[in-house]
Every structure is written in structure tokens, then in C-alpha cells.
Design a protein around this ligand. Structure first.
Ligand SMILES: [Zn+2]
Ligand SMILES: [Zn+2]
Length: 334
């Protein structure tokens, strides 16, 4: 992205409720201009939920956003990450060091931490998945270059001091937040819920507009896990959602239903497309999304399509035909 476009984006802080501040932090990604970290009043300091991505100048954006609401990094008593993606975990190492606080995060964070320990191996594995999915050599090379240029967006590897799993409570001035496992978007994803105020910190599980992304290759059925995680937050009955990107929203139930509907629509579309198969995942993508894979959307769409193919397979609606590349064919409904 040209520097002139990026310069306008700076970290901003705003109070959304007494004791709750939204820290809006810029991202270098086209179409996803910023992410949110949430500061929650806790005694003489704050609990910080999520971190923003690590890149040149990113800590300054976080500090600027905090300063706008009269806070600073040294006020952070505890850092909690909703999941181990770079925009939610990227600055964790720096924050933990500066604030001297603990990090709490779900233990299934290997999708990020293992990749960061050995970026070359993780990268090679992604390329192998793409090749196996039928991506031809030329786009594969361009995709590889685009991926390499993106980097990982994390300041350093830091393991959680405490596993953020159900039963763990996060104490703030607003009351206690409970932990709810919501894998699908990422294996390490959790939502935090404050029952008396019916507040949901949703990370990337639930956003103001439907935007589906799943980490492929770490768990058996990410799309199925995501659907089950929608059920998990549905029963909470949240009134106000504090998402990982964009503004807060109130009609939480409608957002859950919109996500569910979209997933089922895309599953139906993928099923219909491979009905005319066998097709590779790469061949299926433009027929599902109406556009060809580019280096920018490659990882996203290919992962999403693979997750739907996998879900159709585990639910008996598709068959994987082994080979290099592997192909998929629809099965009639059992
Ligand atoms: Zn994410
Ligand atoms: Zn995110």
C-alpha cells in the first residue's frame, strides 16, 4: 500500500462504556484498515484485551491510543489475547516486557507460535497445501513472494503464563468475565463474557459484518468448529458485542444468524460446484467466489474453500480423491 494512504491511519482511543475503552489500531492489510484492542478498568490499572499487529511504528499507535484516554502501557496489569493471530497477539512480547504483566491465552496457539519458531517450515507447508490443492506453478510462485513480503507481524514469541480456558475468570471493575472456547476462525480463539452486563468481547469470532476466515490444517474441521462456536455464544444472550474489528454492535443474535446463514450458503455452493467435478480446490475457488485467485486473496479463499470441502467430507457430502493434486467430488445427501 502506498505510504501516503497509510499515513492517515493512526491509533485512536475512545471510551465506549464507563471502564471500557476501544483502542483502534491501524493495520497494513487492504480491506482491513484497523483492529481493536480493549482496555478494561481493573483497580489501579487495566486489563488489556488484544494487542494490535507488530510492525514499524505499531507500538507508537498503541501508546497514542492509550494516551487519548489517559492511559499508558505501564497501567496494563494483565494482557489477554482472544486468539494468536498477529493483529491480536503481535505486540504481546513487547507489552509483557514493558508492563511486566502476565499473558493469558488459549493453549492451542501453535498455529502461530510454531509457525513463528520455524517460519521457513511453516511457509513450505503452506506452499505444499497450495500445490496439493491444484495451484499451478506460476501463481504459486507469485503467491509465495507475496506471502514472504508480508512477514509474520509479531514482535517476538511469548508463551502464555496461564491457559485461557473455561473456568478461568478475568476480574475487572465491571465484574468478572468468563472464558468461552470458540475455535473455527483460529484454534486458539476464545470469547470473553460479562454476564451481569451481557457484554461479549468477541475477537474475530463475531464481527459487525460477516467476514469468514478459518485457519486450515491444524484441527479436523474448522468450518464445523466455527458453526459449533456460534452455538456457544448464542446461548450466552449477549446484549452488546465488542468485536476485534469495527464498531460495537447490539443485535448480537442477528449477527450470529447471519454468520450461520453465510456458512451454509457457501457450503451449499461448494457442494454444487464439485457436483460437476472432480475438481481441485483451486479450480473450485473462482466458481464459488466468482473471481480468480490473486496473491492477495489466495491464502484466504483457498483456506476457506478447503475448510468447506473438509466439512462436506466429514459430513458425508463430498469425497476426496487422492492424488497430486487431490480432487473433490460431491456425494449425494446420505
Ligand atoms: Zn484473527
Ligand atoms: Zn483480527
Amino acid at each position: 500500500m502506498p505510504e501516503s494512504t497509510r499515513k492517515r491511519e493512526v491509533g485512536r482511543g475512545e471510551r465506549v462504556l464507563p471502564g471500557v475503552w476501544r483502542l483502534r489500531l491501524p493495520l497494513p492489510w487492504p480491506g482491513v484498515p484497523h483492529c481493536n484492542a480493549w482496555a478494561l478498568a481493573a483497580g489501579d490499572g487495566i486489563v488489556l484485551v488484544d494487542t494490535g499487529m507488530h510492525e514499524p511504528g505499531s507500538l507508537g499507535h498503541l501508546e497514542r491510543a492509550l494516551a487519548q484516554v489517559n492511559l499508558k502501557l505501564e497501567h496494563v496489569r494483565l494482557l489477554v489475547c482472544t486468539h494468536a493471530h498477529s493483529d491480536h497477539y503481535g505486540q504481546a512480547a513487547t507489552i509483557v516486557e514493558r508492563a511486566g504483566c502476565e499473558l493469558w491465552m488459549h493453549p492451542d496457539h501453535e498455529h502461530m507460535t510454531k509457525a513463528a519458531q520455524d517460519p521457513e517450515a511453516a511457509f513450505d507447508r503452506r506452499i505444499e497445501v497450495a500445490r496439493q490443492s491444484g495451484v499451478p506453478e506460476e501463481p504459486l510462485r507469485r503467491y509465495a513472494e507475496a506471502r514472504r513480503a508480508q512477514g509474520y507481524g509479531i514482535a517476538g514469541l511469548v508463551e502464555p503464563d496461564r491457559d485461557l480456558v473455561p473456568g478461568v475468570e478475568v476480574h475487572t471493575d465491571l465484574g468478572t468475565w468468563t472464558v468461552h472456547e470458540t475455535p473455527g476462525h483460529a484454534p486458539s480463539h476464545v470469547c470473553l463474557y460479562q454476564a451481569e452486563r451481557r457484554l461479549l468481547i468477541s475477537g474475530d469470532h463475531l464481527l459487525g459484518r460477516v467476514s469468514l476466515y478459518y485457519d486450515y490444517g491444524y484441527t479436523p474441521d474448522p468450518a464445523g468448529e466455527f458453526l459449533r462456536s456460534l452455538d456457544v455464544v448464542e446461548v450466552l444472550g449477549a446484549r452488546l458485542c465488542l468485536p476485534g474489528h469495527g464498531r460495537t454492535f447490539t443485535d448480537v443474535q442477528a449477527h450470529i444468524e447471519a454468520n450461520r446463514t453465510t456458512v451454509h450458503e457457501r457450503l451449499g455452493k461448494v457442494h454444487a460446484v464439485i457436483g460437476e467435478g472432480p475438481l481441485t480446490a483451486f479450480e473450485a475457488v473462482p466458481r464459488v467466489y466468482g473471481e480468480a485467485i490473486t496473491p492477495m486473496n489466495a491464502n484466504w479463499w483457498l483456506s476457506e474453500t478447503l475448510c468447506y470441502l473438509r466439512h462436506l467430507e466429514v459430513t458425508g457430502r463430498a469425497e476426496r480423491i487422492a492424488g497430486s493434486p487431490e480432487r473433490w467430488i460431491a456425494l449425494p445427501k446420505p
